[in-house]
Ligand binder design. Structure first.
Ligand code: UDP
Length: 277
């Protein structure tokens, strides 16, 4: 809530069509993504999305436990979405609850649609999402971070998953609702998409939209998904980019130490058969 407390019935859209944080209806909050932020996990990513701060880590594929969870022909995806007690204004009671179980489930299902599960029978891929600071849209930030972490872990996937929500506030369809808009708005529609194929892998709706409003919301979200996809790919490129400086250091390390004195060899040439010297 960041100090900005709203009363019910307060204006969410001003006379210039601006939202309470100054955005236009089709504007995203600022997003930063970093890949490979944790040393011990096989893959990881950190996302700041407006006032959301979310960390994702990936383990696996590893033998699934308990064994009765194993699938003989494919891997399973296990996800734990967790909110830190200090992530929200009123300290959140630690541990899983109905909401976090639901979010964990839909996120695991979203990733199951893009991971090549049949390549790893009897294993589990674990995706851990820790919300450090929440400001609405944490499941979307979590999915966006989680899929970068999966790629960072080298898990074979059809595509990254991008997630973003659109909804309706003060009668206006808006992209990427913040906490106040989520609380006092009329609807919120988080969606997850694999941009390369356009496959929808998550779609939820809280509140009510007309068909026309829903179409507008999906247009905003799809357009934003492409922008976020670029940020995800950028983060992965940065993670694996080798700078010229790194290369120089690497080459110096590999080159044999220069000899103190040039060894002197007799230089001779083998005459090619048939060639007169
Ligand atoms: N929230 C909270 N306490 C809770 C759960 C949620 O303060 O126990 C806040 C939090 O800021 C969260 C927002 O409500 O981001 C919206 O929650 P929602 O269930 O819509 O999920 P999200 O939009 O984060 O995916």
């Amino acid at each position: 809530m960041g100090g900005m407390e709203l009363e019910k019935g307060m204006k969410l859209i001003d006379e210039n069509g601006r939202r309470i944080d100054g955005r236009r209806p089709d504007e995203l909050r600022p997003i930063k993504i970093e890949a490979g932020v944790l040393k011990r996990a096989e893959g990881s990513a950190y996302v700041e999305w407006g006032n959301n701060k979310v960390l994702a880590a990936v383990y696996g594929p590893r033998e699934a436990h308990p064994r009765h969870n194993q699938k003989a022909e494919r891997a399973i995806v296990q996800c734990r979405y967790n909110m830190a007690p200090f992530s929200v204004t009123d300290r959140k009671r630690p541990g899983p609850d109905r909401r976090s179980n639901e979010i964990s489930k839909v996120i695991a299902e979203a990733f199951s649609n893009v991971i090549f599960l049949e390549q790893f029978p009897r294993t589990a891929v674990g995706v851990y999402i820790e919300v450090l600071q929440a400001d609405a849209g944490t499941r979307c930030a979590g999915i966006t971070a989680g899929s970068v972490a999966l790629a960072d872990a080298g898990i074979p996937m059809k595509d990254l998953v991008v997630a973003v929500a659109s909804g309706k506030v003060g009668g206006v369809v808006c992209l990427d609702l913040n906490k106040e808009e989520d609380n006092f708005g009329e609807a919120d529609v988080p969606m997850g998409v694999a941009p390369r194929t356009g496959d929808l892998v998550l779609l939820q709706m809280d509140g009510h939209l007309t068909a026309a409003e829903f179409d507008q919301a999906m247009k905003y979200s799809m357009n934003a998904a492409n922008q976020i996809y670029e940020l995800q790919r950028d983060a992965l490129r940065r993670r694996y980019a080798v700078s010229l400086e790194d290369l120089k250091v690497e080459m110096q390390r590999e080159a044999p130490p220069p000899a103190e004195e040039e060894p002197k060899y007799d230089v001779y040439y083998d005459a090619q058969p048939g060639v007169q010297e």
